[in-house]
Design a protein around this ligand. Structure first.
Ligand SMILES: *Cc1c(COP(=O)(O)O)cnc(C)c1O
Length: 360
């Protein structure tokens, strides 16, 4: 028997009358407003993961002193599954999400989840919910795995009990808006030695204030600079960032551990190399980027992330001026890269990288 077979999941029966009506038209799916009927849950008690269950999607009851509510023991992932033309469900690079989830867990003093439990729970859930997978072009099932410290304890220490759950959120195609980005000089997101590479609640809570200020001024997102020099470009909201100088593509390196190690970033790097581009993982200084834009040597910029896939960047607002990239149009490399990635994800072209697993 392999390990997958030894993992037992209890699947609770949901009466037909309790199932939600699925959208007739996919027009109004939006992003993350709709949840499917079921969720996968597992709890961690006495040093092990137990009670693996697929049950009806429902609120969670927590003690008011639950550790996650006070001391931030919350981590999550964001990944996607895609419906192919012939009705199968493709899961993209799930093992990467699982590995990153466990890195976030370690950093936040939370227990790792057995990758086989995560994988099997997710696959079984997707199989049961496959009819929720939207069909319209560019749509997907957004997958949100979460872990929270649930033990009641007002004392400052790690929880001894945890809840892991996976929910599925059918999502429409992300509209490829050309991003107007605000470069943050006054606020920072993370510093070397901090926890910037973990997908943990605090990293996002801390970004909301400047994010809203930027939105109020008409910007879509904030570009973070490094905490020490306020100079080197880090990442954007929930996206990594790329800058194209003709046939050389730059993106932020991972070694300082201040940015999230994006799976779309890594996939883009692989595809770009295969396109014949030189990829450089080097931190660029914001003033050099501005010079590159002014002189026309910086030809394109885009962000990468699961939700948005590849998002073209049209301008950077820095020190009072908007710096327009590529006449505020989507660059040819950005287009070509987006198409290649989506074609692989939807199974329109062969997957030379083994990134896709057919779940059902
Ligand atoms: C999730 C995330 C990314 C992108 O990671 P992907 O694996 O490509 O989705 C980038 N930056 C931050 C801050 C994120 O939370």
């Amino acid at each position: 028997m392999n390990e997958m077979e030894t993992i037992q999941i209890t699947i609770e029966n949901i009466p037909e009358s309790d199932l939600k009506t699925k959208y007739g038209s996919e027009e109004n799916i939006g992003f993350g407003q709709i949840k499917t009927d079921r969720m996968f849950t597992a709890s961690y008690k006495n040093g092990s993961w137990q009670d693996l269950t697929i049950k009806k999607y429902a609120p969670i009851v927590l003690d008011p002193t639950a550790v996650c509510l006070h001391y931030g023991q919350t981590i999550f992932e964001g990944q996607k599954a895609f419906r192919t033309k012939d009705g199968h469900i493709n899961l993209f690079r799930a093992e990467k999400n699982i590995a990153r989830f466990n890195l976030s867990a370690k950093r936040m003093m939370m227990p790792e989840i057995d990758p086989e439990i995560y994988k099997k729970g997710l696959k079984e859930l997707l199989k049961l919910e496959k009819d929720w997978a939207p069909k319209s072009k560019g749509s997907s099932i957004y997958i949100r795995p979460v872990m929270i410290g649930t033990e009641p304890s007002i004392g400052l220490r790690a929880s001894n009990e945890y809840l892991f759950y996976i929910i599925l959120l059918p999502s429409k195609a992300y509209f490829p808006e050309i991003l107007k980005i605000y470069v943050s000089e006054e606020y920072i997101r993370s510093a070397k030695g901090g926890f910037g590479s973990a997908k943990t609640g605090g990293n996002y809570g801390g970004s909301l204030l400047i994010g809203q200020k930027a939105k109020d001024k008409g910007f879509h997102a904030v570009l973070w600079l490094d905490a020490i020099h306020r100079r080197y470009v880090e990442e954007v909201g929930a996206m990594n960032i790329f800058f194209v100088y003709n046939d050389i593509v730059y993106t932020t390196p991972l070694e300082h551990d201040t940015i999230v190690h994006g799976i779309t970033r890594e996939s883009a790097l692989t595809i770009l190399q295969d396109f014949g581009y030189t990829v450089k993982k080097e931190a660029l200084a914001i003033e050099d980027i501005i010079i590159g834009i002014k002189e026309g040597t910086l030809t394109e910029s885009f962000g990468t992330g699961t939700a948005a896939s590849i998002a073209p960047v049209g301008s950077l607002f820095y020190q009072g001026d908007d710096h327009i990239i590529n006449d505020f149009t989507i660059g040819s490399l950005t287009k070509k890269l987006t198409k290649k990635l989506l074609d692989i994800q939807y199974g329109h072209v062969p997957d030379p990288y083994n990134w896709i697993v057919r779940v059902v």
